[in-house]
Design a protein around this ligand. Sequence first.
Ligand SMILES: Cc1ncc(COP(=O)(O)O)c(C=O)c1O
Length: 464
Amino acid sequence: MADLGKVLSGTEMGATIRPGLLGNPEGVEEIPRYRLPEEGMDPRSAYQLIRGEIDLDGSARLNLATFVTTYMEPEAVQLLTESAEKNMVDKDEYPQTAAIEQRCVTMIGHLWSAGDAGSVIGTSTTGSSEACMLAGLALKRRWQQRVQGTSAGPPNIVFSSAVQVVWEKFANYFEVEPRYVPVTADSPYLTAEAAVAACDENTIGVVPILGVTYTGAFEPVQEIAAALDRLADGGGPDVPIHVDAASGGFIAPFLDPELAWDFRLPRVHSINSSGHKYGHVYPGLGWVVWRSREFLPDELIFKVAYLGGEMDTFGLNFSRPGSQVLLQYYNFLRLGWSGYRRVQSELRRVADYLADEIAAIPGLEVVSGRGGLPVVAWQQAIRSKPAWDLHHLSAKLRERGWQVPAYPLPEALADRLIMRAVVRNGFRSDLAEIFVQDLQRAVADLDALPSAPPPVRSAAVFHH
Ligand SMILES: Cc1ncc(COP(=O)(O)O)c(C=O)c1O
């Protein structure tokens, strides 16, 4: 990443832009890159200048790195542009947007097996990161209430070392000791036994992931909950669970309805998910839902004006876009349960197809399992010793426009490099076939090199 100081002082790139002939704003010779231009320009020219620059970004369609939605239907885009001015916090000015947010919370609670309509409480957020922070704060505040007046030590929170960076941030920003349970080759996710072993009376919560960002695996929430039940029944601490279902929250209910990972388990107090991942909404939208009001401490709730009265809000931001919430509701109405199931099933089918084809490429080994998120992760076969590594393969695929990152696994497995392709809405089976052909060709080209290629700059950390 560019040095922030350099960017801010304007020394990283030329300090001015010369627009050139095409798209040249009338009479404008040079535009400062890092200072507000003295004069403005006509809207078309401003549009063309920016459009020309962002064309250099990769193609969203060929971006297999991200979980975040890169395609919505034209009607959804129309709704987005028609509601772009709505501020989610202005409940009084936009009461119907506020009402739709509440409807979505209730629908999502129902999707996650909450009881009757209206029993859950929750909110939309800018993404799962904000949702996780809010859920973590509620856990911390409830623990503080519990230990008030005692000589309790500092709070801690338990998750596997494969958690997304948001939990590292939460622990850092809100001063909670993060207890990482290392993932290993034998247990690549949080096990019930290891989770319980990491808990003590100051554990504010355990956070299983549905599913793991690296491999898509669902952590065994039900087993973890049962083990924590036994811990509490045996006189040990009574530790709640928050499920980070950033991606799986919109996959498991449709593809694995028999899997008990949600509010069916009384120990699960709250769940977050990203509407902008498998909820199929453009960024940024997240959701966090508590099983009932009692699990969200009152002091964390603020009131805003609503239809002449007041409405509860809980969030890190004040102003934020309301349009994404409307897009979520659009998807709920447009797809319904059966539509979501159809789309998610197709994504899993494409992921299974990719896994089979990649497993058949000599020298590559698939490391993600069946089920879980529709993602495929692979590594170089342990026994094969080619002169190239997955960074070379990633760079080779980039020549065709595919963006597929290579990155190390967390801590204990950090010497293992993997590549991961996320199957998202819009990555149809015809594209998947072309991808497989390109991958086969890239491996063959690298194998045919007469000597080892020079090293490729690696992404030190990859968080998605
Ligand atoms: C498990 C998990 N938690 C949290 C996040 C953060 O989500 P967001 O990008 O919606 O803030 C991600 C993002 O990939 C994730 O995979």
